[in-house]
Design a protein around this ligand. Sequence first.
Ligand code: PCA
Length: 334
Amino acid sequence: MKLLSTLLKPKSALCASIVAAATLTSTANLQAETRWDMPLPYGDGTHQTQVARSFAEEINANAKGKLNIKVHSGGSLIKHPEIHRAVKSRQVQLGEVFIGRLGNNAPVFKLDNLPFLATDFDSAEKLYKASKPALEKALAKDSLKLLYTSPWPAQDLYSNKTVDSLADLKGLKMRSYSPTTSRLADLMGTTPVNIPFSDVAQAFTTNAIDAMITSPSTGVNGQSWDYISHFTTVHAWIPKNMVFVNNKVFKRLDKDLQQVILTAAANAEKKGWALGRKLAVEHTDMLKEKGMKVAEPTEKLQSELRTIGDTMLTEWLDEAGNDGKKIIEAYNAQ
Ligand code: PCA
C-alpha cells in the first residue's frame, strides 16, 4: 500500500480512483466466477461427448456468470482410468466415466456390463431405475454425486470372419474394457486384452486383438470398416457412461446454482437416452453402407451366449449379495 501511494503521489486523485476501481472490479470477478474443469474420456465424435458439452453449455448459459464449466474431451486433461480418482480427490470438480470400468470398486458398477440381462432400451431403462439407488450409494461412499447417465447403443460383435457359434471364436484375442467383459471373454473361450477405444484401430491392425464387443457407434467413430469385416448383432447389453460431481464442491454452491446443474443434468439424461436409441439404428445402417457384413446371430450362437449370461448373473448375485438380489427383484417386478 505504501509503495502504491508513493507511486501515485505526484499524480492526480483521478488516477488513484481509476486504479482502485480496477482493483475492485477484478476482485469482484474473481469472487463471482467459479471455474470447473470437466474431463471426458471419449472424443468429440461420440454422442456422449456431445451430450456432455450441451450439459456444460446449458449450465454456463444459466449460471448468471457465477460458474463456468470447461469441458476437456478425449482424455485430454485426465485419462479415463484416472477420472474417478481425480473427482474424488477434488483435483477436478466433475467428470464422466464408463460405469463398467469401475467394476472392481462395487458390484453395481459390474452390473452395467452384465450380458443378456437387459438387451433392449426399455429393459435397460428399467434396469437403470432398479439399480439407481445402489449406483448413487456406491458413488456417495467416495463423496460423489450422480448427475446423469447416458447409454451406448447395444453391444454387438466385431470379428474378421463369420461367427456361427462360439467355436469360431475359440482362442482369439478379444478386446475387453471392464472386469465384466474380461470375464465374458474368458467364458467365450477367448483371451481378454484390455484396450481403450483410442487404441482399437491400431490393436486390430497389429493383431493385438482379433475381435471386440462394442456398439455400432464406436465402430462408426473408429471407422471400423477399414480393419474389421464382420458385425454380428448379438445385442449383448446396453452399458452407460455416468457424469458425477464431487459432493463437497457441489454443496458449496448456492441453492439456485445447484438447481441449474440438476436441471441441466436431467435434460442431458433425456438427450443421452434418446440419442442412444436413435444411433443404435443409424450407426448399424452406416456400418452396412460402408461395406461391413452385418448379420443377425444364429440360434446356436444366441443360445451359447445366453448360457454364459446365466452363469454371469449367478456369479454376480453371489458377489453382490442381498443388495444385488434386491436390484434384480426390483428389475423383474417392473
Ligand atoms: N463404446 C465404448 C464403451 C461402450 C461403447 O459402445 C468403448 O468401446 O470403449
